[in-house]
Design a protein around this ligand. Structure first.
Ligand code: NAD
Length: 502
C-alpha cells in the first residue's frame, strides 16, 4: 500500500498525538465516493501497551481528584462539543456516510451522556448507616476500577464511545478507546477536545486497529474492565475472552428489531415512523427497525403506503442538501446486503421495492444501496433470521398480537421492539409480554435517554449491566463498605469469636 501521499492518522496517548510502532495500516474510505481518504494504523501489542501504561500512570491522581472537579472538566468538554458540533458532524459524515443532520443528532445523544456524567458527585453517593452496632457506623463507597477499555463499532463513531468514556472517567477511571477502523478520525478530535477541556494527560487515550489491538487490550493485565458494542459473534468473543482474563465485561451485540402494526394503528403515522426507523442512516443503526409485523388485515394497506414512501426517499451523499439516506459503510457491506436481497428473492419473498442498483448522479463509485422492501417474508427465510444492517425492510404477516409477540420472543436477537396501536390494552400487553431490552409504544426507535440505561437481552447483550444511566455508574465502579468504631481507651476489643453487632 502506498503510504506516501495520504494522511496517516496517529494514536492518541498521554494527551497528545502519538506515532505508532506498527507497520500495518488500513484504508479509510469516503463511502459516498468510494475514495480512500486517509490511512489508519493497526496498533500492535507494544502500541496498546503504551496506551494502557499511560492510562494506568494517570489513574492515581485522577481517581483522587474530587468528583466535582472531574465533573467540571466534563462540563467544559460538553460546551466544546456543542461549539464544534458542525465540524464534528462533518467528520462523521465524511467517513461514515450518514447525513449531516443525522450525524449531528447522534452527537447530541452522546452529549446527553456527558451531561448525565456531570452529575457524578450525586451519582457516586453511597449508603450510610450510623450505629449498626454500639458506636459502630457503616457506609459504602463507589470506587473506580482503574484502566477501562472501550471497543466500538463503525455505525456511531461519536455516540457509542460517548456512551462509555464520559461515565468511566467521571467515576475516576482512566480510559483506552479502540474505535472502529472504518471511521477512526472522530475519536482523535474527542481526545483533542478533552485535552482543551482540561483533562489531565493519559486519562483518555485512543488506539486504532483491528483484532490484534483488541486482543492486546483483552489480555492486558492492567486493563480492569471492557465495554464493547458491535456484532453478536464478536460481542460473544469479547465477553468470553475478557472474562477469561479476569475482566469485568459488558458486550452489546447485534439486533433484529421488530415493529408490530395493529389493525387499529394510525397508518400514516406508523408508515412515516417506520420509514425513518428502517431507512434512516441506511439501516445501519442498532435500533433500526428491520422487521415489520403486520397484524390481521392491516398488511396490504400498510405495504402499499410503505412502498410509496420508500420509493420517494432521496438517496445520495450525506453532505448534500435534502438527502434523506446516504451510502452504506463499505463496498463489502454493499455486496453483502445486495447478496441478502438476492437470497430473499430466491427463497420466495416478494420484492416490492428493489434497491439493488440505485443510480446516484456523480457518485457511481459510492457504496449505495437504495431503499428495499420485502413482503410475505416468513421466519425461516435468511432475510428474517440474519441481521441485514442495511436499508432493507421486511414485512411478516401475523394473525394476532400474541402471534407477533411470540415471533419476537423466539428471535435470537432482543434489542428493541415497537408497537403501533391506539389501544392502551394492547400496548400494556405488549410492554409486559415482549422479551426485549427496550420497548416502544408508537415510538419506533425506543432508545433510552442518557439517564436511563441502554441494552438488549439474549444475543444483543452479554454481561449483567447495560450502558449509561445508573447501570453505567455501577459498571465503572466497585463497592467498598467500611465499618468503623472509635473506642474510648479501655473499651473491650473484639475477641476470638465472630463479632456480633448490637
Ligand atoms: P464489528 O463487530 O465488526 O466491530 C466492532 C468492533 O470490534 C470494532 O472496533 C472492530 O475493530 C472490532 N472487531 C471486529 N472484528 C474483530 C475480531 N475478530 N476480534 C476482535 N475485535 C474485532 O461491528 P461493526 O460492523 O463495526 O458494527 C455493526 C454491528 O454493531 C451491528 O451488528 C450492530 O447491530 C452492532 N451494534 C450494536 C449496538 C447495540 O447497542 N447493541 C450499537 C451499535 C452497533
Amino acid at each position: 500500500m502506498d503510504l506516501t501521499t495520504l494522511e496517516r492518522l496517529p494514536l492518541w496517548i498521554g494527551g497528545r498525538a502519538h506515532s505508532p510502532t506498527t507497520t500495518r495500516y488500513g484504508e479509510v474510505t469516503n463511502p459516498a465516493t468510494g475514495e480512500v481518504i486517509r490511512h489508519v494504523p493497526y496498533a500492535n501489542a507494544a502500541d496498546v501497551d503504551a496506551a494502557v501504561n499511560a492510562a494506568a500512570d494517570a489513574f492515581p491522581a485522577w481517581s483522587s481528584t474530587p468528583s466535582l472537579r472531574r465533573a467540571r472538566v466534563l462540563m467544559k468538554f460538553r460546551d466544546l462539543l456543542d461549539r464544534h458540533r458542525k465540524d464534528l458532524a462533518r467528520i462523521v459524515t465524511q467517513e461514515h456516510g450518514k447525513t449531516l443532520v443525522d450525524a449531528e443528532g447522534s452527537l447530541t445523544r452522546g452529549m446527553e451522556v456527558v451531561e448525565f456524567a456531570t452529575g457524578i458527585p450525586h451519582l457516586l453517593k453511597g449508603e450510610h448507616s450510623d450505629s449498626v452496632g454500639t458506636e459502630v457506623d457503616s457506609w459504602s463507597m463507589r470506587m473506580p476500577l482503574g484502566v477501562c477499555a472501550g471497543i466500538t463499532p463503525f455505525n456511531f463513531p461519536a455516540m457509542v464511545p460517548m456512551w462509555m468514556f464520559p461515565i468511566a472517567i467521571a467515576c475516576g477511571n482512566t480510559f483506552v478507546l479502540k474505535p472502529s477502523e472504518r471511521d477512526p478520525t472522530l475519536s482523535l478530535r474527542l481526545g483533542e477536545l478533552l485535552q482543551e477541556a482540561g483533562l489531565p494527560d493519559g486519562v483518555f487515550n485512543v488506539v486504532h486497529g483491528d483484532k490484534e489491538a483488541v486482543d492486546a487490550l483483552l489480555a492486558h493485565p492492567r486493563v480492569r474492565a471492557v465495554s464493547f458494542v458491535g456484532s453478536t459473534p464478536i460481542a460473544r468473543y469479547i465477553y468470553e475472552t475478557g472474562a477469561k482474563h479476569g475482566k469485568r465485561v459488558q458486550a452489546l451485540g447485534g439486533a433484529k428489531n421488530h415493529a408490530v402494526v395493529m389493525p387499529d394503528a394510525d397508518l400514516d403515522f406508523a408508515t412515516e415512523a417506520i420509514i425513518g426507523a428502517g431507512y434512516g442512516s441506511a439501516g445501519e443503526r442498532c435500533m433500526a427497525i428491520s422487521a415489520v409485523v403486520a397484524v390481521g388485515d392491516v398488511a396490504d394497506s400498510l405495504v402499499e403506503r410503505l412502498a410509496a414512501r420508500a420509493k420517494r426517499i432521496t438517496t445520495g451523499p450525506g453532505d448534500a442538501p435534502d438527502i434523506e439516506m446516504g451510502p452504506v459503510i463499505t463496498c463489502a457491506a454493499r455486496d453483502r446486503i445486495t447478496g441478502l436481497i438476492d437470497r430473499g428473492v430466491s427463497e420466495g419473498a416478494s420484492l416490492v421495492v428493489d434497491g439493488r442498483r440505485p443510480t446516484i448522479a456523480g457518485h457511481a463509485s459510492g457504496f449505495f444501496v437504495g431503499p428495499t422492501l420485502f413482503d410475505h417474508v416468513t421466519p425461516d427465510m435468511t432475510i428474517y433470521r440474519e441481521e441485514i444492517f442495511g436499508p432493507v425492510l421486511i414485512v411478516v404477516r401475523a394473525e394476532s398480537l400474541n402471534d407477533a409477540v411470540t415471533m419476537i420472543n423466539e428471535n435470537p436477537y432482543a434489542n428493541g421492539a415497537a408497537l403501533f396501536t391506539r389501544s392502551g390494552h394492547a400496548a400494556r400487553r405488549f410492554q409486559q409480554d415482549v422479551e426485549v431490552g427496550m420497548a416502544g409504544i408508537n415510538v419506533p426507535i425506543p432508545v433510552p435517554m442518557a439517564f436511563y440505561s441502554f441494552g438488549g437481552w439474549r444475543n444483543s447483550l452479554f454481561g449483567d449491566l447495560n450502558v449509561h444511566g445508573t447501570d453505567g455508574v455501577r459498571f465503572y465502579t466497585r463497592l467498598k463498605t467500611v465499618t468503623a468504631r472509635w473506642p474510648d481507651d479501655g473499651s473491650a476489643a473484639p475477641g476470638f469469636h465472630m463479632p456480633v453487632m448490637g
